[in-house]
Design a protein around this ligand. Structure first.
Ligand code: R1P
Ligand code: URA
Length: 313
């Protein structure tokens, strides 16, 4: 018989696994590369040191709720690759439950895809944001009787900016530049790496990213223009990276800091309405994926976990 869960505030199963990601302490490394999609995660995981090299099996856990955790070593250093799906709320599950499963500093790099709001980052470019903010659909605006009539004019609400970790961002940018430079020069199909701007997280792929949809009442015709006015340095728009920066900012236990950076490959050109070609993704994704791992293991971490748990027993 399954044991029942006793703590409704932060549920864990009988083996102490967190409720949605289904990992426990020792299953996740201090260095995490997070992506949206499982296929991308498994492709990147091919770079992990083999069982023959490490003498340990690579840990893999697919949770019932769609999270995938793969933990092993990359060039001898323990790392986890975690696929989390899409959206701010999946990022919230991932950050909180991973934080609860790792001691010491948690260094996180997100590798995603995004839309571009600048001609400097065409499809095939890679964006490394210095920070990000969120754009939320103001559900109240669409209610028959809004509870906040004073913001009735605002169908979309913008947050302030949350910074990426400077050190990881520098490491990530230089590692990406180094890895991509020869390919950019040779193929002219991918690149450049664009740094220093802001990322916007929409709470949806559609309305809060300014996509027009005849079928729904969205009132978002001027949203992209509003983005350019409010935050002219916005390079990219997607759905998780700013939330990651926000949660890193809100981690308040000084013994358990979260340091986060991100990079995204530009899939959608929202300036000229174009989309990346699959050939470009085939070139770009493996290089960026491996560069993220190379960056991840360069991050200085003082209090990395001892060799405990599933992977290092
Ligand atoms: C939308 O297609 C998804 O792609 C981007 C967005 O943030 C959203 O999750 O990220 P991933 O490529 O990581 O899935
Ligand atoms: N992901 C997003 O969230 N938006 C895009 O336009 C492309 C990828």
């Amino acid at each position: 018989m399954k044991e029942s869960i006793s703590n409704a505030n932060f549920p864990r199963d009988a083996e102490d696994r967190v409720y949605h990601i289904s990992v426990k302490t020792g299953d996740v490394a201090n260095r995490v590369l997070t992506v949206g999609d499982h296929v991308r995660a498994r492709r990147i995981a091919k770079h992990l040191d083999s069982e023959e090299e490490t003498g340990h099996p690579i840990f893999e856990k697919q949770s019932q709720r769609g999270f995938l955790t793969i933990t092993g070593r990359y060039k001898g250093v323990p790392v986890s690759i975690m696929a989390i799906g899409m959206g701010n709320c999946m990022m919230d599950f991932f950050v909180r439950e991973t934080r609860a499963s790792v001691d010491g500093t948690l260094a996180i790099i997100r590798f995603g895809s995004c839309g571009s709001l600048t001609t400097e980052a065409p499809p095939g470019a890679v964006v490394v944001p210095a920070g990000g903010y969120c754009i939320r659909r103001n559900i109240d605006y669409f209610a028959d009787e809004p509870i906040h009539p004073e913001i009735k004019d605002h169908a979309y609400l913008f947050s302030g900016v949350f910074k990426a970790d400077d050190e990881i961002t520098d490491i990530l940018s230089s590692t990406l530049n180094e890895a991509l430079a020869p390919v950019v020069a040779e193929t002219h199909k991918v690149g450049p790496v664009l740094t220093g701007g802001l990322n916007a997280d929409g709470c949806s792929f559609y309305s809060s990213q300014g996509r027009q949809d005849e079928v729904f009442w969205d009132d978002n015709k001027d949203l992209v223009e509003e983005i350019h006015t409010k935050y002219p340095n916005t390079h990219s728009i997607e759905m998780e990276t700013s939330m990651l920066f926000h949660l890193a900012r809100c981690a308040r236990d000084p013994t358990k800091p979260i340091k986060a950076a991100g990079c995204m490959q530009v899939f959608a050109d929202r300036v000229n309405n174009a989309f990346i070609h699959p050939d470009q993704v085939d070139i770009l994704e493996p290089i960026v994926g491996q560069a993220c791992l190379d960056a991840l293991i360069k991050i200085p971490i003082e209090n990395e976990m001892e060799a405990v748990g599933t992977v290092w027993e």
